[in-house]
Ligand binder design. Structure first.
Ligand SMILES: [Zn+2]
Ligand SMILES: [Zn+2]
Ligand SMILES: [Zn+2]
Length: 254
């Protein structure tokens, strides 16, 4: 399995429009963060988790020629806004895009992209095939995916475990039962927004405590705000087995 971080930023991305803070003006490429998404290449199958506003550019930047499925964590705009751009894959693959999402998330997709779900479709609209997922394991192209339900303040969000890789975004609290599903992961990805308290996201300190509790061989932080600080500065503060992810980071796993 090959994992490519397509985006590691929070909802506004980094830099933030109009911001001249030291992170937003940093010349370090690792301080440029598109909205959060990850590409999984497993055998000859290609899956992305979330298609936010930067989806089109992320597909171009990572050179993705074929996409088999999109898994959605939740319905916030920074995770779904780019779905319209599956049109290119529809055209080249001559089929609808397989989308996996909770029923509640599907309702948002149908509201946001109503034209793609109209009974009589205008030519050229995105072709999307919705697959409902619940909090139990499911298969995508023969690959087992285990959902992990985390809480984003009051909104349930799905993380996903695939083999020894676990990906959690937009978590603020996680029940003991759901944490159990993450145990034994070799690689854990989890959100770490900023140092200051936040109602719906782990702070840096909370993300470190979570990483230490799950105790994966390696943990990478994602969904970061410009307020977290510069990649190089925060990296120095982290324990050995925790790193900040950055856009373009590639991991290879068995
Ligand atoms: Zn988000
Ligand atoms: Zn800034
Ligand atoms: Zn969110």
């Amino acid at each position: 399995m090959k994992i490519t971080f397509l985006g590691t930023g929070t909802s506004q991305g980094v830099p933030v429009i109009g911001c001249d803070c030291s992170v937003c003006t940093s010349p370090d490429a690792k301080d440029k963060r598109l909205r959060v998404s990850v590409l999984l290449e497993i055998g000859d199958k290609t899956i992305v988790i979330d298609s936010g506003p930067d989806f089109r550019y992320q597909m171009l930047r990572a050179g993705v020629k074929r996409l088999d499925a999109i898994l959605f964590t939740h319905e916030h705009k920074d995770h779904i806004a780019g779905l319209d751009d599956v049109r290119a894959f529809n055209y080249f693959q001559q089929q609808a895009m397989e989308v996996y999402a909770h029923k509640r998330v599907q309702e948002s997709l149908i509201r946001e992209f109503y034209y793609a779900f109209a009974s009589v479709k205008y030519p050229g609209v995105p072709l999307i095939n919705l697959n409902e997922i619940k909090n139990s394991p499911f298969y995508v192209e023969g690959i087992e995916i285990i959902p992990v339900e985390v809480m984003h303040y009051k909104l349930p969000v799905f993380g996903f475990r695939i083999g020894d890789f676990s990906y959690i975004t937009d978590a603020k609290t996680v029940s003991d039962e759901e944490k159990e599903k993450l145990k034994g992961s070799k690689v854990l990805v989890v959100n770490a927004l900023q140092k200051e308290k936040h109602i719906s996201h782990f702070t840096l300190e909370e993300a470190i405590a979570f990483a230490e509790e799950i105790n994966a061989d390696k943990t990478y932080f994602t969904h970061m705000s410009h307020r977290l600080g510069k990649h190089a500065d925060i990296t120095e503060e982290l324990p050995d087995n925790i790193e900040l992810a950055y856009d373009g980071l590639v991991l290879e796993m068995e």
